[in-house]
Ligand binder design. Structure first.
Ligand SMILES: Nc1ncnc2c1ncn2[C@@H]1O[C@H](COP(=O)(O)OP(=O)(O)OP(=O)(O)O)[C@@H](O)[C@H]1O
Length: 313
């Protein structure tokens, strides 16, 4: 399997979505949605409940057939192509679905082996076991988690097992759908740290759907905001805060947003000079101000796909 240890930050987007339209009956979920994801970044995807974050992810990975638009991943179109035509593309990404989506009748190790068996049926059992053990440990699970069934795992362990499966094929691109939902603050911070460490060490690009403001502040390079059936803005949090959009202001500058800023500031202080991680301190969202972020945002450029000026994506 290919190794992708060096983060590449070339200018071509790793994901490019153009003019996407998704409907269910009369319900229009996306219309004229544009988005570009840069190689090597962690892109947070936020939006109110039901704005279509998961449907967007499913459209990108080919589980949802849009009624219009184009999706390119690794520079290749993925829509309206047969499974056979996209097999080489699908090998290059991993997906952690909401809740982990583990097969309950398979052990953790067997779950990790599912994509290996699908794409590399020639691998023998000893090698499958070896790769699965490696992925299990890589995601911070104890080595003896491999033979356990999902029902024997805690929520946090299930997420890690799902992540181990998503990493089975050494992907370049990782899709995470609400990975910290349902985790306690310490578990969520530890999962954030793991995601960031994987991005850095494996050179991953991460498409991360989340409602977790702490995650956005702690690890996302940029954030895409879904509203009004499209991506209304993409940028760093500082850049988004400079926008006058009511949902963005309420989301990032509301009480929870301010708390997330305060939490990050405390962690930044704690991290120097002793490099204490958020997993160790377990500090998440406990009050503070976003004024400094808002002031700094005044000097920044904004990227607004589907409207506005400047570079897209
Ligand atoms: N297979 C489907 N059939 C019909 N409607 C669907 C289907 N999948 C999603 N929807 C609808 O599409 C809309 C967007 O769903 P989606 O799960 O993408 O939202 P979301 O932004 O991820 O929400 P949340 O933050 O609550 O997880 C919802 O109204 C949902 O009911």
């Amino acid at each position: 399997m290919p190794q992708h240890n060096t983060p590449r930050r070339d200018s071509a987007p790793i994901i490019k979505v153009s003019g996407l339209r998704n409907t269910f009956g009369d319900q229009v979920i996306h219309d004229k949605l544009d988005l570009e994801v840069r190689r090597g970044e962690i892109l947070g995807v936020v939006g109110g409940s039901g704005t279509g974050k998961s449907v967007l992810m499913r459209s990108i990975i080919g589980l949802q057939s849009p009624s219009a638009g184009q999706v390119d991943v690794f520079g290749e179109p993925t829509l309206n192509r047969s499974e056979l035509e996209t097999v080489e593309i699908r090998k290059r990404w991993g997906v952690l679905f909401q809740g982990g989506a583990l097969f309950s009748t398979l052990t953790v190790a067997e779950n990790v082996q599912v994509p290996l068996r699908e794409f590399y049926p020639e691998l023998d059992l000893a090698l499958l076991d070896e790769i699965a053990s490696y992925k299990v440990v890589m995601t911070g699970l104890p080595a003896d988690a491999g033979p356990k069934y999902p029902a024997e795992l805690s929520g946090g362990m299930k997420k890690r097992a799902g992540l181990a499966r998503a990493l089975a094929l050494d992907p370049e691109l990782l899709f995470l759908d609400e990975p910290t939902a349902g985790l306690d603050p310490i578990g969520a911070a530890a999962f954030d740290d793991l995601t960031k460490a994987l991005q850095k060490t494996l050179g991953l690009t991460v498409f991360l759907i989340t409602h977790d403001l702490d995650t956005l502040y702690a690890i996302c390079d940029r954030v895409a905001v879904l509203a009004d059936k499209r991506v209304i803005a993409v940028g760093t949090i500082d850049e988004l805060l400079a926008l006058d959009h009511p949902w963005i202001q309420e989301y990032f500058n509301g009480p929870r947003g301010r708390a997330a800023v305060a939490s990050k500031e405390r962690l930044d202080v704690a991290a120097h000079p002793t490099e204490v991680t958020s997993a160790q301190t377990g500090q998440r969202s406990q009050g503070g101000t976003a004024d400094d972020y808002a002031r700094r945002a005044d000097t920044m450029d904004l990227t607004t796909p589907g409207g506005g000026s400047g570079d897209r994506g």
